[in-house]
Design a binder for this molecule. Structure first.
Ligand code: ZN
Length: 252
């Protein structure tokens, strides 16, 4: 059993969350019981994730996508009201880490992708950023775009969309999880052969062609399911807690 405030303090210090200007508050978003025995993590604090946390008798729900995003209306009503009511009724804390969990060098979503794809010599996609949101890495050996798509398909278990460029092989790969398709321009500036993110836009098709960077959409959920698992396991080890990850199977 651990104290909620100790858990939050450890996360904030480990993830350096105070150093980020983010689109939503990082850390404790909704306060539940002070003593925590069991953590459940999920990518997004959807009603399905909350129901799973209730079912698993969690004291704390840890997510990548929490609530209170910039520009959202303030009133706690409707769908969000329903979610928050359930959490409060069951005394479950909601803890969310967004950008700090994308970029962390060992627990983050981006480093997880580098590990899964066995990318080497990882560097920043934009070297002016203190905590780089996107990264670049190198495949052990160059592969054809078709071979790379096949590898991505296996790693992410997702129906990969490939927007082709005019390059016959891929060695240098830019990557950023989630909805970072527009960073393809940064990947082009760094002479990447390919760039991958989660989501895709209509414009991305032309950008891949004209910037001559192969684009691969690997799923927002599929590319961001790793950070919350790594952080959940790290918390379980640090504080001797029970921990479960809930896979929500979001096809987007
Ligand atoms: Zn995301």
């Amino acid at each position: 059993m651990a104290n909620l405030n100790d858990i939050i303090k450890w996360c904030d210090q480990t993830l350096l969350s105070a150093e980020f200007k983010d689109y939503a508050p990082n850390g404790l978003q909704i306060e539940g019981k002070a003593d925590v025995k069991r953590i459940v993590s999920a990518v997004t604090a959807s009603e399905t994730a909350i129901d799973a946390a209730i079912e698993l008798k969690a004291d704390l729900l840890l997510v990548h996508h929490g609530y209170f995003w910039k520009g959202e209306p303030y009133p706690i009503t409707g769908m969000r009201g329903n979610r928050i009511k359930k959490l409060i009724q069951h005394d479950i804390s909601l803890v969310a880490y967004h950008l700090p969990l994308d970029t962390h060098p060992t627990l983050g979503n981006n480093v997880a992708i580098a590990d899964l794809l066995e990318l080497q010599d990882i560097e920043a996609l934009d070297s002016s950023e203190r905590h780089p949101i996107g990264n670049i890495g190198y495949l052990k050996q160059a592969v054809s775009p078709e071979e790379f798509q096949h590898k991505l398909q296996q790693v992410f278990d997702f129906n990969i969309v490939h927007l082709p460029a005019n390059k016959s092989s891929i060695h240098k790969v830019g990557f950023c999880t989630g909805g970072a398709q527009d960073f393809i321009a940064k990947a082009a500036l760094q002479n990447c052969d390919a760039y991958l993110s989660g989501e895709i836009s209509e414009r991305t098709f032309y950008e891949a062609q004209e910037l001559n960077v192969h684009y691969f959409a690997c799923g927002h959920h599929a590319t961001e399911r790793y950070g919350v698992q790594r952080l959940g396991k790290a918390l379980a080890d640090q504080f001797s807690l029970e921990y479960h990850y809930v896979e929500l199977n979001n096809p987007v």
